[in-house]
Design a protein around this ligand. Structure first.
Ligand code: NDP
Length: 246
């Protein structure tokens, strides 16, 4: 039977590529969207026209009750979740001098608390069934820090601490937990950056002299979701065109 993969934020640039890749590999793909997203039906229709029959559920990943309810509905309507990709995220960039509590909290709740909120209702089922893959989408900026991103860098670095600790706890139960840290990928989150900043400050930092492609990150998610990746856990895999090497 096809494994069920839940990708949070699947209607965004990276998430969409991940949904498509996992569907192509015969996973039963389910995604989430923010409760306020009015374009969800349009996205689903567009995907259907391309041959992808995704199911999508409203969920505020920053809110524990919303995440818990969403997982319960998915497990009832679709089946137990085998692969969880914690992909939903936001940025609210500003220097620390300008950073206020609202923008700090928004990024920590959406990027870091969300990992707890989504993983908590899914993880026990995975360990009970003896198989699971948890994949947390972090960022190069969680590894190296970034000007104007104290909130985002803290959240993304925190994700990997979570990965390592949980990986230890579930290692004997057939569940792997890994972090992917992409560099700059050509999605709407990155295309929202001023073009001059992209051309003069960001691309020159990337030895490959280009942005990454969402499909390249999706390929890595697919590998981590696979049977072959069973011995890989607690890792933070960089995919950044050589921008930052650890
Ligand atoms: P997008 O902005 O294209 O997509 C982000 C997704 O997150 C959207 O689908 C959005 O859903 C969802 N989302 C945001 N807030 C919430 C919420 N409270 N509840 C539920 N869903 C929410 O970004 P990307 O595809 O570029 O980024 C995806 C992930 O990859 C993020 O975690 C990002 O930090 C990370 N990343 C991206 C990089 C890049 O270069 N693009 C580089 C490194 C990491 P909706 O539209 O319905 O609100």
């Amino acid at each position: 039977m096809a494994r069920v993969a839940l990708v949070t934020g699947g209607m965004g640039g990276l998430g969409e590529a991940v949904c498509i890749k996992l569907a192509a590999l015969n996973y039963h793909v389910v995604t989430t969207y923010s409760p306020g997203n009015t374009k969800a039906d349009e996205w689903l229709a567009g995907m259907k026209a391309q041959g992808f029959n995704f199911r999508a559920y409203p969920c505020d990943v920053a809110d524990y009750e919303s995440a818990k309810q969403c997982v319960a509905i998915i497990e009832k309507e679709v089946g137990p979740i085998d692969v969880l990709v914690n992909n939903a995220g936001i940025t609210r960039d500003m220097t620390f001098k300008k950073m206020d509590k609202v923008n700090w909290d928004a990024v920590i709740h959406t990027n870091l608390d969300s990992v707890f909120n989504m993983t908590k209702p899914v993880c026990d089922g995975m360990t009970d069934r003896g198989w699971g893959r948890i994949i947390n989408i972090s960022s190069v900026n969680g590894q190296k820090g970034a000007f104007g991103q104290t909130n985002y860098s803290a959240a993304k670095a925190g994700m990997h601490g979570f990965t390592k600790a949980l990986a230890l706890e579930v290692a004997r139960k057939g569940v792997t937990v890994n972090t992917i840290s992409p560099g700059y990928i050509g999605t709407k989150m990155v295309m929202a950056i001023d073009k001059t900043v992209l051309d003069t400050k960001i691309i020159p930092q990337i030895p490959m002299a280009r942005l990454g492609k969402p499909e390249e990150v999706a390929g890595l998610v697919a590998y981590l979701s696979s049977e072959e990746a069973a011995f890989l856990t607690g890792a933070n895999i960089a995919i950044n065109g050589g921008q930052h090497m650890q």
